[in-house]
Design a protein around this ligand. Structure first.
Ligand code: TYD
Length: 198
């Protein structure tokens, strides 16, 4: 099973991925869980995110790096783990590039084209939160000193809207929208219910 968690910065996906790993780990002694994230390995990506002044700068370079990084990620981690029968939980995937880089002004059609032949997850959770709430969470988290330049209100509003239209863009994919404004516990109960359904 390949499960992806998505949403704007501060939506709570990184907390919920750990809850989900814990849930699967205790559910069955034969479950083996791989928790992973994107961006995967390319250090240039984080450098650009830290140092760029404007969110819409360097979009061409970023798209190229995110997509190449993703190809390495699924070749080296995602596919081999799924082939071994492990449960793969991934913090961000192609939906991040589609929502963030189209908010940067990159052509949506080209973004969709670049991801056409990539593995499709069994399940995608999109955590939807108010941008104000998300930004508050991000600024309270002191471990995150090197924030990305994407953490700006107007930009994240556009990214959020893009996330909300993912179901229309990918009608054949299993994308579940979760209201992430509630408490960690309530949000996690919703995730468990969705999983039990499938
Ligand atoms: P991430 O480390 O996941 O940040 P967070 O922990 O806040 O979710 O991602 C870093 C930033 O990179 C984040 O602002 C989202 C952005 N991003 C893209 O713009 N495109 C992508 O394809 C990915 C994977 C991330």
């Amino acid at each position: 099973m390949f499960i992806v968690l998505e949403g704007i910065d501060g939506c709570g996906k990184s907390t919920q991925i750990i809850n989900l790993a814990d849930f699967f780990f205790h559910q069955d002694k034969y479950n083996h869980i791989v928790v992973t994230r994107e961006p995967y390995r390319r250090r240039e990506i984080r450098e650009i995110l830290k140092t760029n002044e404007m969110p819409n700068e360097k979009k061409d370079q970023l798209v190229y790096l995110f997509v190449e990084d993703r190809k390495e990620h699924f070749k080296e981690v995602i596919i081999p783990s799924l082939n071994r029968g492990h449960i793969v939980l991934c913090d961000r995937y192609k939906y991040s590039t589609i929502c963030y880089q189209s908010a940067q002004g990159f052509s949506l059609e080209r973004l969709l084209d670049m991801h056409r032949f990539m593995p499709v997850p069994d399940l995608v959770f999109v955590f939807d939160v108010n941008v104000e709430t998300a930004l508050k969470r991000v600024s309270y988290d002191y471990s995150r000193k090197k924030e990305s330049k994407f953490e700006q209100k107007n930009f994240l509003e556009v990214v959020r809207r893009n996330y909300l239209s993912l179901n229309e863009l990918f009608p054949d994919e299993n994308i579940i929208l979760i209201d992430g404004n509630e408490s960690e516990r309530v949000v996690f109960e919703k995730i468990k219910k969705a999983i039990q359904k499938i």
